[in-house]
Design a protein around this ligand. Structure first.
Ligand SMILES: [Zn+2]
Length: 139
């Protein structure tokens, strides 16, 4: 192979890695935005449930013994950690959207292949493609 020709094609060739079509980027953005809305709704729902349950607890806590109080505290902690878990996922999605804008989101960290849109929608924090993820888990 002629060397000068090789370098010429290498510089003019469109890089296979690091580019996605605008349509695909939009698809990912829409998927992530949809996910964020879903999570936001879930979070709002959880918060209103916490508020509701808290109100119930306050109104019927008159006859509570210590065990009841302990159970209720535990339940409340569970709900709060659930709500916090949703918040974490929301911020993951928001970080993903920022990285998408910066152009460095959605690429497998191991093989550099684009991660399918469907996978990104289901796991916004995914940094590996399915194949690499499976390899990782098998180790
Ligand atoms: Zn990969």
């Amino acid at each position: 192979m002629a060397k000068p020709a090789d370098t010429k094609t290498a510089t003019s060739r469109k890089p296979a890695k690091g580019t996605r079509s605008a349509a695909e980027t939009e698809k990912i953005r829409a998927a992530l935005a949809g996910r964020r809305d879903e999570l936001q709704a879930e979070y709002d729902q959880t918060l209103s449930e916490i508020t509701e349950l808290q109100r119930e607890r306050l109104t019927d806590s008159a006859g509570d013994d210590q065990a009841d109080t302990g159970t209720k505290t535990f339940e409340r902690e569970q709900e709060i950690s659930l709500a916090n878990g949703i918040l974490d996922r929301i911020s993951q999605v928001e970080r993903a959207l920022e990285r998408l804008d910066a152009g460095n989101y959605g690429w497998c960290e191991r093989c550099g292949n684009p991660i399918p849109v469907e996978r990104l929608a289901a796991f916004p924090s995914a940094t590996l493609c399915v194949t690499c993820k499976q390899l990782e888990e098998r180790r």
